[in-house]
Design a binder for this molecule. Sequence first.
Ligand SMILES: NC(=O)c1ccc(N[C@@H]2CC[C@@H](O)C2)nc1
Length: 246
Amino acid sequence: MQFGVISIFPEMYQALTDFGVTGRAVDKGLVSVDVWNPRDFTIDKYQTVDDRPYGGGPGMLMKVEPLKYAIEAAKAKLGSQSKVVYLSPQGETLTQDKAQQLAQEASLIFLAGRYEGIDERLIETQIDEEISIGDYVLSGGELASMVVMDSVIRLVPEVLGHDMSAVEDSFVDGLLDCPHYTRPEEHEGRKVPDVLLSGNHEKIRQWRLKQALGRTWEKRPDLLAKRDLSKEEDALLQEYKRDVQG
Ligand SMILES: NC(=O)c1ccc(N[C@@H]2CC[C@@H](O)C2)nc1
């Protein structure tokens, strides 16, 4: 899968390309990340990418043309059909389902804005989708684009490897994660639940599913409301509720 990014701070993307799961995916050639800097598409001596807003108001806006030319350069490499995504609080909120959708694309181009934003006409003519990573304002779209890219890259086949992707499937489908433990078996008097030491994989699967259902019920009932429960899941959740009510 190919990713293109438009940003005046290309070096920021080393956070994604140089570390961890996403870094290894790039090293293995499973994904590519190319960054185009709008400053390289300016024609004035000062490489101006911003200007004052019509109508007055604080701050500066990003000019249309450097962004347009940078997007065109990205499309020349990644394909003219590449979906162009703009990160802003006005966008559709990112969910795991949205990440799954984006992961079906062969290539994606992200536009990371700075200053007070970009000229509306760029959005009207060049942007296919607006995405928000949450209801808060950031100083730039770069971190938001890396959050989206990370959530998508881990869904690309082979990135997580077969065993991990199975783990993803069992929990990502709309439930919160269950508790996890590793050595030592006891820490400050707190023992690892016996079931996890039992070697009984069916019991362990049921315990983990029950904990995921219970946690989702306690912390995110809105997620539970959106999810149909199997008979087994319903029974496990009822058991969890009885356990906590004593
Ligand atoms: N919640 C978000 O996803 C988000 C995205 C971008 C952003 N800030 C940029 C800076 C200027 C304009 O391009 C938008 N803030 C918040």
